[in-house]
Write a protein that binds this ligand. Structure first.
Ligand code: FES
Length: 372
């Protein structure tokens, strides 16, 4: 028995050493030269081989969403690789459905560009740009959420749809004795809170989650700093549909894309009934209250209806209590009322909101959501 275990152990060590040697050789010795990268129906471009598809695209100013710095742990960086991508790796499989594997969808951070390669990406990604933005202001809107206003470089502009998001790059930083530092650059996605009519600035709400980027924003970054941003991304945005009433439902930083939608309705004089439910625990968790008051004056039929789940008599709260799903049960009429709903919050919250909306009769094709 001892001999068998010893043999297995030795074989395991040999395989690990060989795998490491192969990967080091691939990284430092292999020279893939130049290869052709063909995207959609565009003319092929000549690129240096040897890097991941994600970074090769980024080096050529084509940006695919990524939230884990290319580690294969966010599943954001999908695209179709039609030729030259090699076999799907085990690291990709947890992120790909059966249909995606069948349609040659891959994680672009896991695909290495070693030969001529042909890929398909959504046309809108050609609109994604990279900017070195200046931190114009940082404002605490709650004890855990900051509102950041970024100024684009002079002469540059961004075009996005209300509801979309951008990515911020947190550089390496030292946390000293107070918090963990980071020895890598990472991108994180944040929904845009500002008006799509404002092309020179972007605003985001960034909550403190102790993650690399939120720690950078909350503890390191200061006004005047230059930060790398790219975007816009996302298929969650305001749809010009049949003009029926709109429900906006969010919590925490999920208010950002909903706020951007409200700016769009106001700036374009769109006359629709709008109700916004904001789920929070206590009055201290509520923010954007001034903006909501203004929207109630400026939009033809808008009501802001926050609901709090942890009130005490000392808070003197006179509004709704409970969860946002209680507001749905209370205010959404049976039969669905022709509402179109936009939701933004945690996956768990979104699931339960969808359950309550559909129980009321709102059809799934009228429910749009951004779960993060
Ligand atoms: S960048 Fe996160 S999985 Fe590829």
């Amino acid at each position: 028995m001892a001999i068998i275990l010893q043999t297995v152990l030795i074989l395991g060590i040999i395989s690990a050493v060989l795998a490491l040697a192969l990967s080091l050789a691939d990284k430092y010795i292999a020279d893939y030269g130049e290869v052709e990268l063909k995207i959609n129906d565009e003319e092929p471009m000549v690129v240096a081989g040897g890097n991941s598809l994600l970074s090769t695209l980024r080096d050529n100013k084509i940006f695919i969403p990524s939230a884990c710095g290319g580690k294969g742990s966010c599943g954001y960086c999908k695209c179709q690789v039609l030729e030259g991508g090699g076999p799907v790796l085990a690291t990709e499989l947890p992120w790909l459905s059966k249909e995606e594997v069948e349609s040659n969808t891959r994680l672009s951070c896991q695909v290495k560009v070693k030969q001529d390669i042909k890929i398909q990406i959504p046309e809108e990604l050609f609109n994604v740009r990279e900017y070195d933005v200046t931190v114009e202001s940082i404002e605490d809107v709650t004890d855990k959420i900051k509102k950041i206003r970024w100024k684009l470089p002079e002469g540059e502009s961004i075009t996005f749809k209300p509801g979309q998001y951008i990515q911020i790059k947190a550089p390496e930083y030292d946390g000293g004795d107070d918090f963990d530092g980071s020895d890598e650059e990472v991108f994180r996605a944040y929904s845009i809170a500002s008006s799509a009519g404002d092309h020179g600035y972007v605003e985001n709400f960034i909550g403190y989650t102790k993650g690399i980027c939120s720690t950078y924003v909350h503890k390191i970054m200061k006004e005047g700093d230059i930060v790398n941003m790219n975007g816009p991304y996302g298929d969650f945005y305001y749809k010009e549909d049949d003009g029926g009433p709109i429900l906006l439902i969010g919590a925490g930083t999920g208010m950002a894309p909903l706020l951007s939608i409200l700016y769009h309705l106001r700036d374009n004089n769109i006359d629709r009934k709008v109700r916004m439910f904001f789920g929070a625990r206590t009055p201290d968790d509520l923010f954007v209250l001034d903006e909501m008051k203004k929207f109630e004056e400026e939009l033809p039929d808008f009501k802001f209806m926050p609901t709090l789940s942890r009130t005490t008599p000392e808070m003197n709260w006179t509004g709704d209590t409970g969860r946002v799903t209680d507001s749905i049960d209370k205010y959404v009429e049976d039969g669905g009322g022709n509402w179109t709903a936009y939701l933004c919050g945690s996956p768990k919250m979104i699931d339960s909101i969808i359950e309550h909306l559909t129980a009321k009769g709102v059809t799934e094709d009228r429910i749009y959501y951004d779960a993060f």
